[in-house]
Ligand binder design. Sequence first.
Ligand code: BMA
Length: 329
Amino acid sequence: MSNTIIGSALPNIPWEEKPKGYVHAVWRSERNPLIGWNPTPNTSRIYNSAPVPFEGGFAGVFRADGRNGRAALHAGRSKDGYTFEIDDKKIEWVDESGKPATPSYAYDPRVVLIEGTYYITWCDDFPGASIGMGRTKDFKTFVKMESPLMPFNRNGVLFPRKVNGEYILLSRPSDSAHTPFGDIILSHSKDLTYWGKHRMVMQRGGSGWWQGTKIGAGPIPIETKDGWLLFYHGVSGTCNGFVYSMGAALLDINNPEKVLYRTRDYLLTPELPYETTGFVPNVLFPVSVLSDAPTGRIALYYGAADTYTAMCFCQVDEVLAYLKANSEV
Ligand code: BMA
């Protein structure tokens, strides 16, 4: 048992015990990759996706690259969090007045339940990379809301509750291409429409080269008694292109722009064939977490090699202890 996570119980969280002899704080699912090539007739790759608990099982918004190579968001469902039924057709968004509002491309969705509504953020076409924001209650009707921030921006991640009476959004200002820079910024809003009071949270760099080129928020932060646990991606530039790894940070609970601890070394980096080989080799991109407060279990979905959906696990007390003992802020 654990009383560290402040949140709901999720007794049906996908879970596998840490393999015997494995020494690190985060371990991969034995069932990876969970989604492979050509998962539906009209999609070639589904990855960087966001399943969440829904009606006793799971539902979510999935990033699917079509057979024309273009990225779109698709709705999907799962009974067990391991096997998915994902719509072959992309989500058709409507605006607040019910008019069609489907973006020309969309990718890397995050989904969070706030006060009974599921909010979705993604990388949208403004035109130009920007953060899209929308909502659903049933994963059938999706309403596109106002863009929270100006382009160029990506990796928009909402907090699961207001902090000091305001919604909080993490973002990563960028350019429209394969951005060679990037830091994590935080913005405040009273109504999810007007955003301001922008603050720097974390910058790329530090002694570890794995996060030297750019960083971006990953899944929705997990509320713990010690602070907000944020998993994030860190990118290293090599002569053969970018390498995406995963780290974590602990942000102050009432003042989340303040970083209390941050992993000096990566928690996971591309090692296995489904991470090092695929459409874009050497990408491990964390996007979504499930957590079970009573046990402290965390299951995290990540995209692998811009091709596969994969999962890894950790226990909140172990990962926080690692983070505190191996921190460089
Ligand atoms: C980023 C985004 C992600 C992708 C990553 C690695 O810029 O496009 O969707 O996983 O690059 O290619």
